[in-house]
Design a protein around this ligand. Sequence first.
Ligand SMILES: Nc1ncnc2c1ncn2[C@@H]1O[C@H](COP(=O)(O)OP(=O)(O)OP(=O)(O)O)[C@@H](O)[C@H]1O
Length: 341
Amino acid sequence: MTPLIIVDDLTKEFLHAVKKPGLTGSVRHLLRPEYEKKTAVDRISFSIDPGESVAYVGPNGAGKSTTIKMLTGILVPTGGKILVNGVIPYKQRIENAKNIGAVFGQRTQLWWDLPVRESLSLLKAIYEIPEREYKRNLELFTDILNLGEFLHLPARKISLGQRMRADLAASLLHNPKVLYLDEPTIGLDVSVKARIRQFIKQVNQESGTTILLTTHDMEDIEDICKRLLIIDQGRVIFDGELQAVKDAFAQERTIHFEVRAPLHLAEDALHNQFPGAALHIQNEGSHCSIQFNRFHLAAGEIIEFMMKRSDVVDIHIDEPSIELVIRQIYESNLNNQRIIV
Ligand SMILES: Nc1ncnc2c1ncn2[C@@H]1O[C@H](COP(=O)(O)OP(=O)(O)OP(=O)(O)O)[C@@H](O)[C@H]1O
């Protein structure tokens, strides 16, 4: 399969003015300005196939937004290559715009004083969307995203959650191949977040739209993405499938049992049953938690062991959170090496 997005040795440097404090500093800067170079994106390479859903994450200032801006054609790279659907974004901006949709949580592409419906119809004209396609998409998005209640209102009068839903519709009206999302659920309440995530997943699965998502919200990643790309200090430090990442970095699982009568399960009995497996037991009244390494032992074996010894009322298995996984990856990146799983 030919990748839809190819990023090769991509670099972006910014020049920062360096000015000493006070009036003397200002005058000196006027006469002989000095600049310092800041490498925001540092020779990163990755490729994304059509239909993938990729989380692009990293700590504040890692270079995520700068990358997205280069992919959308807003910024010109200092070095390296980008191809999106065979187009160089910053050189062929109009061609690129036809292939992509973008939603920035902090900004809107809607016209502030126009009713949302008018903004959408302006986008129809800009993207030259055929009438039938426009009508079909508008009806579909109105239905799924519940736009009907505010289509007649100007963008400045709608809530943040309504604005995000309208922005999502606006970014997808022309059926782009790629959707870039930069913090699409920032500041939204739980129910709007859920609706937006569900919609993005649907767009990815049913229309095959490729998703590149930047977020600090771990639930966005868990819900929407299958692949994780982590950058730190402008460099890709991790690239892998979400499940493979969890397997590599979070091998511990915990099973919680609720039993009818208080249980005093001796750690020794478990260790004898499963010699060599790293196990940790915590007993508290009628609750018992057993932590184990899923590569040493299957959850079923522990459950069977417990069922034979006690009257189990309820069982719950803790999955490792993606937040924990990402924290571990940041911590293991001490030498700024790319981690491959
Ligand atoms: N226009 C600019 N001029 C100068 N420096 C910039 C500019 N834009 C970004 N930077 C710098 O580049 C680095 C990367 O910034 P970027 O916004 O890409 O990070 P980010 O990963 O998106 O961070 P966040 O999660 O906080 O949004 C930062 O050190 C930032 O200060």
